[in-house]
Ligand binder design. Structure first.
Ligand code: SF4
Ligand code: MG
Length: 333
């Protein structure tokens, strides 16, 4: 398999400033050492509760922000080492679709201008004379009527607005599309349509997705592989079926046990795990394993020694877990 994007020990700490002198009193460790590879044409789901750092991770991969340390590569090129024209060209290949189709589209711009906006930034992508045609093609590709090119965002439904956001995201023929909670703001009935659209586009355009979400069932449907984040760290990553059927990290097991089961008679088999305690502050994460304050399997070593993200002992697939006591737990349903 061909690697398109890598994250190598990515770290993003935000200073916390206090008082009139704005002295730095600490840091929010939003992303704290995340590494993974993204393969050509695949979907890597990133799941975790809000505040786990998944959106920050998306912004770092887009280079909307620079990391505190670590690096990302695109087709082997170190992204943070690029500047000027070379960075501008790299940006064409990695695009983003945001969560909220209501606020991410400028209400004063027509749909045609919104979808064509990337061509203002990258005028060499499409010759000026061919722009309108290209925008109409893009609208058609995402299932919108090209005749509506002069309408404004408020004239569309939520699902249609997210299609507009997706059309803008693919306008420059990117290789990687970062989808940050792309369906979370939509009605459940519309979510599947947008997910299906993303899958169709992936097949047609050979796109790789990073699909960020807190909803595990949506992620399962679209992902080839899934990474689970907790307090700025990736705690488990592996093939979709491994993560959902045989999770080895206690946090993943707890997240999955909270997912509603379609058939309630399966509930017992799933042994619901109820996590106690709040998510600790990312400004002051627990020592050792960050999950130890909420983990029912925690031992003394968990308070002092940070577990590394390592392949499971049985070496099945690409399944890695950051737990001193990782072992599979079968999930039914
Ligand atoms: Fe729980 Fe310890 Fe594993 Fe952390 S390392 S998840 S505290 S058992
Ligand atoms: Mg988020």
């Amino acid at each position: 398999r061909e690697v398109v994007l890598t994250a190598e020990n990515l770290v993003k700490h935000y200073p916390i400033k206090k008082g009139v002198l704005r002295r730095t009193v600490g840091h929010v460790k939003a992303v704290d050492g995340v590494s993974f590879e993204l393969f050509k044409g695949e979907t890597l789901g990133i799941v975790g509760e809000s505040g786990c750092g998944k959106s920050t991770l998306g912004r770092l991969l887009m280079r909307l922000e620079d990391p505190t340390s670590g690096r990302t590569t695109f087709n082997g090129v170190d992204m943070y080492a690029q500047s000027g024209e070379r960075m501008r060209r790299l940006r064409r290949d990695i695009q983003i679709v945001f969560q909220d189709p209501y606020t991410s589209l400028n209400p004063r711009m027509t749909v045609g201008d919104i979808v064509g906006e990337p061509f203002d930034i990258h005028p060499d992508a499409v010759p000026k004379a061919g722009r309108r045609k290209r925008v109409e093609e893009l609208l058609d590709l995402v299932g919108l009527n090209p005749e509506h090119i002069n309408r404004y965002p408020h004239q569309f439904s939520g699902g249609q607005r997210q299609r507009i956001g997706i059309a803008r995201g693919i306008a420059l023929n990117p290789k990687v599309l970062i989808c940050d909670e792309p369906v979370s703001a939509l009605d459940v009935s519309v979510q599947a349509q947008v997910v299906n659209l993303l899958e169709d586009l992936q097949n047609e355009l050979e796109l790789a997705y990073i699909f960020i979400a807190h909803d595990l069932s949506v992620v399962r449907h679209i992902s080839d592989r899934v990474g689970v984040m907790y307090l700025g760290k990736l705690v488990e990553i592996g093939d979709e079926d491994q993560i959902y059927s045989h999770p080895t990290h206690p946090y993943t097991q707890a997240l999955l046990s909270a997912v509603p089961v379609p058939d309630p008679t399966l509930r017992d088999a799933r042994d619901q795990i109820v996590l106690t305690g709040d998510v600790p502050s990312p400004a002051n994460p627990p020592s050792g394993c960050r999950f130890h304050t909420r983990c029912w399997k925690a031992q003394e070593i968990c308070k002092t020694d940070e577990p590394k993200l390592v392949m499971r002992p049985d070496g099945s697939g690409e399944h890695a877990s950051a737990c001193h006591f990782a072992e599979p737990r079968n999930v039914v349903g």
